[in-house]
Design a protein around this ligand. Structure first.
Ligand SMILES: [Zn+2]
Length: 396
């Protein structure tokens, strides 16, 4: 008889090891779930009151927007020097840098300190061989997306930001608007850098229907759909009562949502592309014009941009609902306008509101999270913790 074998045919030590492995595998309640995909959604300038106003208009009640059931925390947003700024508040660059890198920088700075780049979440996902994408309703070289895919001393260095995208980080998906005067990322520059360039909803749909290969990690796709910014959602939904003629919609080459994709459509397309990477992905989605409406104290535009941002969340949530490997975080970079909702006027009517400034404020912003490890966000957190929590999930 072979003495090393037990009646079960295994050496006792191996049986013990096997038992430990099985118990460990089955009953380790404290182990973090594997998070393959992270979708970070940033409503630029979307504070608690902006969300309340949009919910009151669309539903007649507060708390009804698609992401609101997943409220987890409120978040501080100050930058390294916001106490010295005129509004005592962060700008979008410093706040996006904090979320993207976990580091506080001065207002206006894009993910660098002392001329040295600060590594971003997007770059860490790339180190883990995962696809990455940036989607926004403002120019893709604007501050918020820039802080995930570029490193510059100023958010105004649009051309260098585009250069960083095309030569250094090369995100697999870049969807948004562009500057018609050639600053920042343009179709010509993207094309020269061997990006597939899309200019309309039709071209985007055509790509999704016909070009299933190669998988997203082997391709680079730039959707540059409108000059200066995507069209206002309010104007699309209320074509006969245009309230505001901002510079961007008065341009001759302005487009409408008849041909350009809404934020929710860009989000759906980005997910369809990014999901082809078996290793997972990072996607940042920005509702950038919520902030622009805040600066202009335009509650109607503010509400319609926020509602489209909520539709983009619903799109992402529907995509992730049956998965066990995806975390969705929804938050803001700062509040804008010092908005206060005075009184509801019921469903379908704009609430009575008061704006206290045309700039940003230092008010805390809400954070919502759903999916794997959403419980990591709780209480009052700082915007730098978004980076810390997400990075820990993918490299424990
Ligand atoms: Zn702003």
């Amino acid at each position: 008889m072979n003495r090393s074998k037990t009646p079960f045919g295994f050496h006792p030590c191996k049986r013990l090891l096997g038992l430990i492995l099985v118990i460990g595998f089955v009953s380790c309640p404290f182990a973090a779930a594997e998070v393959k995909n992270v979708i970070l959604m940033i409503g630029d300038g979307m504070g608690f009151q902006q969300i309340k106003a949009a919910s009151l208009y669309a539903y007649g009640k507060e708390g009804k927007l698609s992401f609101e059931p997943y409220y987890r925390a409120e978040m501080t947003t100050h930058s390294a020097n916001s106490y010295r700024s005129s509004s005592h508040a962060t700008d979008s660059a410093a706040s996006a840098t904090a979320m993207a890198t976990g580091q506080k920088v001065d207002n206006g700075v894009v993910s660098q300190r002392d001329d040295k780049p600060l590594k971003t979440i997007l770059e860490i996902f790339q180190e883990h061989n995962r696809a990455v994408g940036l989607v926004t309703t403002v120019p893709i070289s604007h501050a918020t997306p820039a802080c995930f895919g570029a490193h510059e001393s100023s958010r105004n260095h649009y051309t260098q930001i585009a250069h960083d995208y095309l030569t250094e980080t090369r995100p697999n998906v870049l969807f948004g608007a562009y500057y018609a005067d050639g600053r920042g990322l343009t179709a010509e520059k993207a094309c020269q850098a061997e990006y597939v360039v899309l200019r309309s909803r039709r071209e985007l749909q055509h790509l999704l229907e016909t070009a299933k290969e190669p998988p997203v990690q082997d391709r680079s796709i730039a959707g540059l759909f409108a000059p200066e910014g995507m069209p206002w959602e309010y104007d699309y939904h209320n074509p006969h009562t245009k309230l505001f003629e901002p510079d961007d919609s008065s341009k001759e080459d302005a487009v409408s949502y008849d041909t350009a994709p809404h934020l929710s459509e860009m989000t759906a397309a980005a997910l369809e592309l990014l999901q082809t990477d078996p290793d997972g992905f990072f996607l940042m989605v920005e509702g950038g014009k919520i902030d622009w409406a805040g600066h202009n104290n335009l509650i109607e535009h503010n509400i319609f941009e926020t509602l489209e941002f909520a539709r983009a969340f619903q799109t992402a949530h529907n995509w992730a609902r049956d998965r066990k490997d995806t975390l969705i975080v929804v938050t803001a970079d700062h509040e804008c306008g010092g908005l206060w909702v005075v009184k509801s006027r019921g469903k379908g009517f704009f609430p009575q509101v008061f704006w206290s400034t045309s700039g940003h404020t230092g008010a805390n912003v809400p954070l919502y999270a759903v999916g794997e490890e959403a419980k990591q966000f709780r209480g009052v957190i700082d915007n730098t913790q978004i980076f810390e929590i997400i990075v820990k999930l993918i490299q424990p």
